[in-house]
Design a protein around this ligand. Structure first.
Ligand code: C5P
Length: 396
C-alpha cells in the first residue's frame, strides 16, 4: 500500500485483550513502510509485552512519562511532533473516560493532550461497558472534540458475550487509516450516486436483472466520503455492506431508482451514475405467480426511463458522471454517449469478462480526450476517478 508510505503513526495500546490485534496492525503498518512509535500503558503491557512491539517496529517502546531516553526528557511532546496521527487501539473504557475529561496521568494520556495531530480511537470492551451511560457520554464528548471513533464492531466477544464493543480487525483498522489520510479534495461537496443492478418484476417471484455487483459504485461512494464529501448512495439489490459514513437508500426497480434520485437530487453538486439500470421492464408485471403450461411464452418489454439523461437535461444539472460498459469500440461508444447525454465525464470500461470482478480497468473520457487509468483494485480506481472529478469541478 503506497498510500501510507513514509507516514509516522503513534500507536497507543491500552489494557484489553484486543491488544493482540494491535500487534497484527503494527505488522501491516511496517509492511506499508510506516514509522510506528508504540506507547504502551501499564494495563496494555499486561496483554502484550513491549518486547513484541519492539521486535515488530524495530523501535523502542514507550511507557513511562519520565523515560530518560526521550530527547530533553519530554517523551509526551517529542513523540507526537512530526506524527501524522495518534491511534489508540485498543482504547479501553477507562482510557476513553480519561481522554474525554482531559486527564493526563501517564505517558499516553499526556501525549494525547499535548499532541498537535489528529487522534483516532478504536474502542474495545465488553458490550455492557460500551453501552453504559458514562461510556456513551464519553464517546459523544470525544466525537464533539473532533476525535475519530473507529468501530467498535458487534459480534462474539472474548468474554463469551455477544454485542457491540469488539475492536475492529487489524486489516479494517489499516483501511480506516488509509481512508483517514486521503486528501480531502471533495470537502464540503455533496454527492449522489447510484450503484448495482435493478430488478424488474415479471411476477411476484420472478424478474429481470443483470450481473452488476455494485462493487464499483460502492467503492466510489467510499472514495467520495474519504475525500470529505457528504454522500448519498442509491443502491439496487446487492450483497454489499454500506461504506462507513455513507447514507444508503435501497431500491429495487429502475422506476424506484429514478424516484429516489429525483427526490434526493436537490442540493447535490455531483451525480455519479454507476448503476447498471435495466433498459427494459416487463410491460405488465403479473399480480400472481405465472403457472407453467409447457408452451412457449412471450414477454412484452417496455423501455425504462434513462435516469442519467434526465438528470443531465435539467435546467441546472449537477456535475454528472456516467458509466459506459461496452464489449467493443469503447472509445467510440463512450464518447458518443458522453456527447448524447451532455456529460462532462464518462468512465468507460470493456466488459468482455463480465461484471463483478474486484479489479477494474477504465478509461476516462472528457472534453480534453481519453485518459486511461492503470488496472487496479476497484477502490484504487475509485480514488483516481474522484481525483479526476475534483480537478474538473468548478471552484466554489
Ligand atoms: O446508454 P447506457 O445505458 O449505456 O448508459 C449508461 C449510463 O447511463 C450509466 O451511467 C447508467 O448508470 C446510466 N443509465 C441510467 N438509466 C438508464 C440506463 C442507464 O441512468 N435507464
Amino acid at each position: 500500500m503506497a498510500e501510507l508510505s513514509g507516514k509516522r503513526i503513534v500507536l497507543g495500546v491500552t489494557g484489553g485483550v484486543a491488544a493482540y490485534k494491535a500487534a497484527e496492525l503494527v505488522r501491516l503498518l511496517i509492511k506499508a513502510d510506516v514509522v510506528v512509535d508504540v506507547v504502551l500503558t501499564a494495563a496494555g503491557a499486561h496483554f502484550v509485552g513491549p518486547a513484541t512491539f519492539q521486535a515488530l517496529t524495530g523501535q523502542p517502546v514507550w511507557s513511562d512519562l519520565w523515560d530518560a531516553r526521550a530527547p530533553g526528557g519530554m517523551a509526551h511532546i517529542d513523540l507526537t511532533r512530526g506524527a501524522d496521527l495518534v491511534l489508540i487501539a485498543p482504547a479501553s473504557a477507562d482510557f476513553l473516560a480519561k481522554l474525554a475529561h482531559g486527564q493526563a496521568d501517564d505517558l499516553l494520556s499526556t501525549l494525547c493532550l499535548a499532541r498537535a495531530c489528529p487522534l483516532l480511537v478504536a474502542p474495545a470492551m465488553n458490550r455492557q461497558m460500551w453501552e453504559q451511560a458514562p461510556t456513551r457520554r464519553n464517546a459523544r464528548q470525544l466525537m464533539a472534540d473532533g476525535v475519530a471513533l473507529l468501530g467498535p464492531a458487534g459480534g462474539l466477544q472474548a468474554c463469551g458475550e455477544v454485542g457491540p464493543g469488539r475492536m475492529l480487525e487489524a486489516g479494517e483498522l489499516f483501511d480506516e487509516l488509509v481512508a483517514f489520510l486521503q486528501p480531502k479534495i471533495l470537502a464540503g461537496r455533496s454527492v449522489l450516486l447510484t450503484a448495482g443492478p435493478t430488478f424488474e418484476a415479471i411476477d411476484p417471484v420472478r424478474g429481470l436483472t443483470n450481473s452488476s455487483s455494485g462493487k464499483m459504485g460502492f467503492a466510489l461512494a467510499r472514495a467520495c466520503h474519504e475525500a470529505g464529501a457528504a454522500v448519498t448512495l442509491i443502491s439496487g439489490p446487492v450483497a454489499l455492506s454500506t461504506p462507513s459514513g455513507v447514507n444508503r437508500i435501497d431500491v429495487v426497480s429502475a422506476a424506484g431508482m429514478r424516484e429516489a434520485v429525483l427526490r434526493e437530487l436537490p442540493g447535490q453538486e455531483l451525480f455519479i451514475s454507476v448503476a447498471a439500470v435495466a433498459d427494459y421492464r416487463p410491460a405488465e408485471p403479473r399480480p400472481g405467480k405465472i403457472k407453467k403450461d409447457g408452451r412457449a411464452m412471450t414477454l412484452e418489454l417496455v423501455a425504462n426511463p434513462d435516469i442519467l439523461a434526465e438528470v443531465a437535461a435539467l435546467p441546472e444539472p449537477p456535475f454528472c458522471v456516467g458509466f459506459a460498459a461496452e464489449s467493443q469500440n469503447l472509445a467510440d461508444y463512450a464518447e458518443t454517449k458522453r456527447r448524447a447525454k451532455k456529460l462532462p465525464l464518462v468512465v468507460g470500461n470493456l466488459v468482455q469478462d463480465g461484471l463483478g470482478g474486484d479489479v477494474n480497468s477504465v478509461t476516462l473520457f472528457d472534453a480534453l480526450g481519453a485518459h486511461p487509468l492503470p488496472t487496479a483494485p476497484k477502490l484504487d480506481v475509485a480514488r483516481r476517478i474522484v481525483a479526476h472529478i475534483a480537478a474538473m469541478l468548478p471552484p466554489r
